[in-house]
Design a protein around this ligand. Structure first.
Ligand SMILES: [Zn+2]
Length: 321
């Protein structure tokens, strides 16, 4: 109980990070109706999830500031086509008033003129890039219908964030062949695999090796690995207790989880899904620090890689510190 309460309190992160800040590439501030839907959905599989369905943008921002996050990516995605334009406008207006926010736009597979909407988001609204959540949006992210989106992002050399991984949880899958083809065909577009293909870290490692325009965001994956390791320890201590747990899916990917940080810390970021992730910033920072990655890798994960991406995509940072 106490541990749960602790994971859900905002607060100091800087004291754990001397001389360092944390850029969060994965935050969701949505319009009230969508926020309510998202929190309700999380509560369905996490009873007791301590976030109010009516959490406001102001409360989310207050939490981000309390945890001393100087910059974050705000991600939206339409569940149906009719919502697309309004949602992108919402993110434009919201982020205009929040100096820490870096807005991303989104599209639906049925958006009639994907190129125009993408250009509007980047050139007119000043968004950094676009985000797709194929599992929640219920369409393939890398099908050829989305080519107009890729063409614009490729030309403008902007990022595409795509939800990847946690297939078992969502009860669906992604065509990684299509994904790789898109990464290869649009070398100017920076493809960020959100959740790092969890748990396909071997594939993630190979793609990082082959494609300089491929990046990872470790949102939720770090905490899942921390939980996985805890269970491994408990399994040794109380084998009967946890024998039924199906934690073997990591298999050969386990070794590659560590190799990612050894070989490519400069293309890995660490986000949180705040306020609907595995906890608030201080607890999720503890999850990362528990792995004791080398200092230089931690710095890249927490801020260096995001700064590199912003610079690579010529995004003007408005924050003052
Ligand atoms: Zn998310």
């Amino acid at each position: 109980m106490e541990e749960n309460a602790l994971r859900w309190s905002s607060g100091e992160t800087k004291s754990k990070l001397p001389g360092l800040h944390w850029i969060d590439p994965h935050v969701h501030i949505l319009p009230p109706g969508r926020m309510r839907g998202l929190v309700r959905w999380v509560k369905k599989f996490t009873p007791g999830f301590p976030v109010d369905e009516d959490i406001t943008a102001g409360e989310i921002i207050a939490g981000v500031r309390e945890s001393q996050i100087p910059l974050f990516f705000n991600l939206v995605f339409p569940l149906w086509e009719e919502e697309t334009e309004d949602l992108n406008l919402f993110n434009r207006d919201l982020c205009a008033g929040i100096p820490e926010a870096v807005p991303f736009g989104s599209l639906h597979i049925e958006t009639p003129d994907k190129a125009s909407e993408t250009r509007r988001c980047i050139e007119e609204y000043g968004f950094l890039g676009m985000k797709l959540h194929p599992y929640a949006q219920r369409f393939p992210a890398f099908g050829e219908e989305m080519n107009p989106l890729f063409e614009v992002l490729d030309k403008l050399e902007k990022p595409l964030l795509v939800h990847t991984g946690f297939d078992v949880f969502y009860g669906t899958y992604m065509d990684f062949g299509d994904m790789e083809q898109v990464i290869r065909n649009y070398p100017g577009m920076q493809v960020v695999a959100v959740h790092a293909l969890f748990p396909r870290f071997r594939l993630a490692h190979r793609l990082l090796q082959e494609y300089p325009n491929f990046w990872l965001d470790m949102t939720n994956s770090i905490s899942c690995m921390r939980i996985f390791l805890d269970i491994q320890v408990r399994r040794r201590e109380f084998p009967a207790d946890t024998a039924s747990l199906e934690m073997d899916l990591l298999g050969e990917n386990f070794e590659y989880f560590y190799r990612l940080f050894e070989d490519f810390p400069g293309r890995i970021m660490y986000g949180t899904d705040y306020p609907v992730g595995f906890g608030y910033h201080p607890a999720l920072l503890d999850d990362l620090l528990s792995f004791k990655f080398p200092d230089a890798a931690q710095r890249m994960l927490l801020a260096g890689t995001a700064e590199k991406l912003l610079e690579r995509c010529s995004y003007p940072i408005r924050r003052s510190d």
